[in-house]
Write a protein that binds this ligand. Structure first.
Ligand code: MN
Length: 356
């Protein structure tokens, strides 16, 4: 018997509108809404962020999951589960678009009484090992696709080591790139021959097109032997952070393309403890969001962002993952409101069909 897979496109109190994934056809079925059903649907792993299905090929931002933990030094890490957890958190903000027209994702922010425009998003799902392609090659394929088609992207990890594969694909831009990293650690220490989440930035620093790596938020103690310096790496420890210092470095590197890597352990563990190596004294939600705002506002040319190192342990329903969700929304909004600057991408700005 043939098994068909469906995605929910829209739902109301009476009907579910479904898309038949393999045939790309739509249908409407009777449906009685209840909270229990909502929760049952919420654990369906094939649903995209916000239940938002883009039916054309012109997204403002591409999102993909990197559900891997092979680069983690925590043997029991559940960082591989985080893309699915964050999708589940997003279903509290269901935004089914209307077939056949994609409608932009707009949210209302109660705190500021503002409409938050996130544009049209395309969740291409979790990157997987695909045929002959390894997980690292698959990441490279999706990232290269975004770069070639001038699409800003958000990568949801996964452990931090996979930032290397994403950033390595940015070579296609043919521009020097500055990385802005929010992290409790510097991720520069460890066996050089083995890439992992603890030394990922010593590998990235060696890529020739990387101009600089600005690390913000490190804190706590290390043994002296664990301290590694690199001429391309600028470190702003959490305790020395100030907006002025941040703006100084943003101005220093204002002519380059930017990439932002957010390790969720940069947050204070009292706010978000669902990481493998938490360190007390981290950033508040507002501080983190303002740093991201600063990067977009001062320098503008942000190619992509990753959000990594989240793990299991919290409850989606109790709001334990609302802070990373808010970070994701804030970045979608930034990508949407900041028009792409001249020169970042080729002048013949064009998008192709969605084929990898
Ligand atoms: Mn890290």
């Amino acid at each position: 018997m043939e098994h068909r897979r469906y995605e929910i496109v829209n739902q109301n109190s009476e009907y579910l509108f479904l898309r038949d994934i393999s045939n790309n056809t739509y249908c409407k079925v009777d449906y009685t809404y209840s909270d229990e059903h909502w929760q049952a649907w919420s654990i369906h792993e094939d649903k995209p962020f916000f239940n938002y299905i883009l039916v054309d090929d012109k997204p403002d931002t591409v999102i993909f999951g990197v559900p891997f933990k092979n680069g983690s030094r925590a043997s029991t890490s559940t960082a591989d589960k985080f893309p699915t957890i964050l999708r589940q958190a997003s279903y509290k903000l269901l935004h089914p678009n209307q077939y056949p027209d994609s409608i932009p994702l707009n949210l209302f922010h109660l705190d500021t009484s503002k409409l938050i425009e996130c544009g049209k998003i395309m969740d291409v799902g979790n990157v997987t090992m695909n045929g002959n392609l390894s997980e690292r090659e698959s990441i490279s394929q999706v990232t290269s696709y975004c770069v070639k088609n001038s699409l800003p992207f958000i990568c949801v990890g996964g452990d931090h080591s996979y930032t290397f594969d994403v950033v390595a694909s940015l070579e296609l831009l043919n521009k020097p790139i500055v990385l802005w990293v929010l992290d409790a650690h510097n991720d520069l220490y460890g066996n050089e021959s083995h890439l992992d989440h603890g030394n990922v930035f010593s590998h990235i620093a060696n890529l020739p097109f990387i101009k600089a790596i600005v690390q913000v938020g490190s804190r706590g103690y290390r043994t002296v032997g664990q301290i590694v310096e690199h001429p391309k790496v600028i470190q702003i420890p959490k305790a020395q952070f100030s907006s002025e210092l941040m703006k100084h470095w943003l101005q220093e590197f204002s002519d380059y393309a930017n990439y932002i890597s957010i390790d969720l352990d940069c947050l204070d563990p009292q706010l978000f403890p669902y990481v493998d190596f938490g360190v007390p004294g981290g950033f508040s939600r507002a501080e983190l969001l303002s740093i991201v705002d600063m990067i977009f506002n001062e320098n503008g040319q942000v190619v992509g962002v990753d959000i990594v190192e989240g793990t299991e342990g919290g409850s989606v329903m109790k709001g334990d993952y609302d802070i990373p969700l808010e970070i994701l929304l804030s970045i979608l909004n930034q990508f949407f409101i900041h028009p792409k600057k001249e020169g970042l991408y080729k002048s013949d700005y064009s998008r192709k069909g969605i084929e990898f």
